[in-house]
Design a protein around this ligand. Structure first.
Ligand code: TNX
Length: 492
């Protein structure tokens, strides 16, 4: 069992000090007081009011000043770093203070996990009012890493906007803050580019296994970003190049060295496609694509893929990466690439995403910045065990313990600590046709990566995580999450 000083929270907060004093009773008269004019704070307070409404049957009023106790008070004030928060639950009041709205949001996610699990059922708010209590505690919390991400491969199988929003909700609940969308690959192109309409009209109409495909209009992309931004999640767009490009090559003949469009690809092999890197047209095209995506993207990043190019010489590959890096920079974004790009000369702003367990550590050690997605730990598309129906196994089987039990600080010993931005869990969708499948592979391993990204390096304890996961199960069930009930955990 967990010691009593470990509440059943994931990710585990930096410090939790339970108090022996009586709990805070949330009742019909409880108000939420926002003691700052910040508009984000008011929105976060309304989100909290909805959550409490489902727990108690009464949606608390959101006020700008306290009229009477008891109250839940949200304020902005000096606490350490961005995203940190200080939460005190006492008999007379709940006080949540953070240096920025993100910290308030994370504090509310903690409160959410402290409310009874059944408050996640939508229908309970229509029942009779009922009291809920929050045990007295003082929590001081701050994220370990600034990059706490997941990737959704919407290229192999397309996920409609509603699915992406649901995935965003899963990230937010576990205090993650980056959603990387793999928007183009051999099997499909998923983002509207006004200047090159065949990318979606042709390239958008395929998927693994011959599915219907699909794509996001620019308006839908904006909608996804706004939804994510409300939850302090930055969207990271990826257009994979120069390999993994059959969908674009089949849309425009000019991108092919032989001037001919290949047929759409619905298989799962990799490494066969490549843009024609010797012609200027290729770079004019890339410039157009990066320009439109950069203009519609609020976050500072643009991911160029760069993985698994088997048809170019190393010199040609490096030259391609360096030229595209210049284009990305010209459009005001920071370049990200899979770890193969570490072979090129990178700008100080560029980011390498480590994925191959056997990638050259010397090169990674020189990367200006690193995101850690080691395939044998973080790949959500790997099978849990031999019997897992979905998923691949090229990087090994990944039970939850394997996903959890490693330290981002020591994975690449050659990399200076400051270079490591954080962790990201990719969900490739060759074997995943819809959100139900995606949730089965993502949960609970996504929560393991969330904790690695958020919680302090020590204590890092699988036994504690396992027990807290078991306790989170009923909440995930109430949310309708199709998680894998791994035998590693005793689910409540
Ligand atoms: C490798 S990870 C790939 C993807 C596949 C994935 C399947 C990476 C940069 N490339 O194209 O979908 O394996 O696990």
């Amino acid at each position: 069992m967990n010691p009593p000083d470990v509440l059943n929270l994931i990710p585990q907060p930096a410090t939790v000090e339970p108090r022996a004093t009586p709990p805070f009773q949330i009742g019909a008269g409880t108000a939420i007081v926002v003691s700052t004019p910040d508009e984000h704070a008011a929105r976060i307070a309304r989100q909290l009011a909805q959550l409490i409404g489902r727990a108690t049957g009464v949606v608390p009023k959101v006020l700008s000043a306290a009229d009477s106790a008891p109250a839940i008070v949200l304020g902005l004030g000096p606490v350490e770093s961005s995203g940190s928060y200080d939460l005190t639950i006492a008999q007379d009041a709940v006080r949540l203070t953070a240096p920025d709205p993100a910290g308030l949001f994370y504090g509310v996610q903690t409160l959410r996990q402290l409310l009874p699990y059944w408050s996640e059922y939508e229908a309970v708010m229509f029942q009779q009012p009922r009291p809920a209590t929050l045990a007295a505690v003082h929590i001081r919390d701050a994220p370990r890493y600034q990059w706490r991400g997941a990737m959704l491969d919407v290229a192999r199988h397309f996920f409609p906007v509603e699915d992406v929003k649901r995935f965003v909700d899963l990230l937010a609940l576990h205090k993650m803050n980056r959603l990387h969308l793999h928007l183009a690959d051999d099997q499909g192109w998923r983002i509207e580019i006004k200047k090159w309409p065949a990318l979606t009209a042709t390239g958008g109409r395929s998927a693994v296994g011959g599915g219907a495909g699909g794509f996001y209009t620019q308006a839908q992309y904006a909608d996804i970003q706004a939804y994510a931004a409300d939850r302090f999640i930055t969207i990271v767009p990826e257009i994979d190049m120069p390999g993994h490009t059959n969908a674009m090559l089949s849309s425009y003949a000019e991108l092919n060295c032989n001037g001919q469009t290949p047929p759409p690809f619905t298989g799962t092999e990799v490494g066969f496609s490549a843009m024609c890197v010797d012609i200027d047209f290729t770079y004019l095209f890339i410039d157009d694509v990066v320009k439109e995506i950069a203009a519609m993207t609020k976050g500072p990043y643009f991911h160029i893929g760069g993985d698994e190019v088997k048809t170019l010489t190393p010199a040609k590959y490096r030259a391609f990466v360096e030229r595209v890096q210049t284009i990305v920079q010209a459009h005001g974004k920071q370049m990200i690439g899979w770890d193969e790009v570490a072979a090129a000369t990178l700008l100080p702003t560029s980011i390498v995403q480590h994925w191959r367990p056997d990638a050259a550590h010397g090169e990674l050690g020189h990367a200006p910045h690193l995101i850690l997605s080691p395939g044998n730990r973080t790949y959500l598309d790997m099978k849990y065990d031999r019997d897992t129906a979905l998923g691949l196994s090229w990087a090994g089987l990944i039970p939850v313990k394997t996903a959890y039990d490693w330290d981002p600080a020591t994975l690449v010993p050659e990399a200076p600590a400051a270079a490591v931005l954080g962790v990201e869990a990719p969900l490739w969708s060759e074997t995943v046709a819809n959100m139900r499948d995606a949730e089965f592979l993502a949960m609970p391993r996504l929560a393991a990566i969330a904790e690695l990204g958020w919680s302090p390096a020590r204590p890092h304890d699988w036994e504690s995580f396992r027990v807290r996961l078991g306790a989170l199960g009923p909440r995930w069930s109430a949310l309708g999450i199709n998680f894998y009930r791994t035998p590693e955990v005793s689910w409540k």
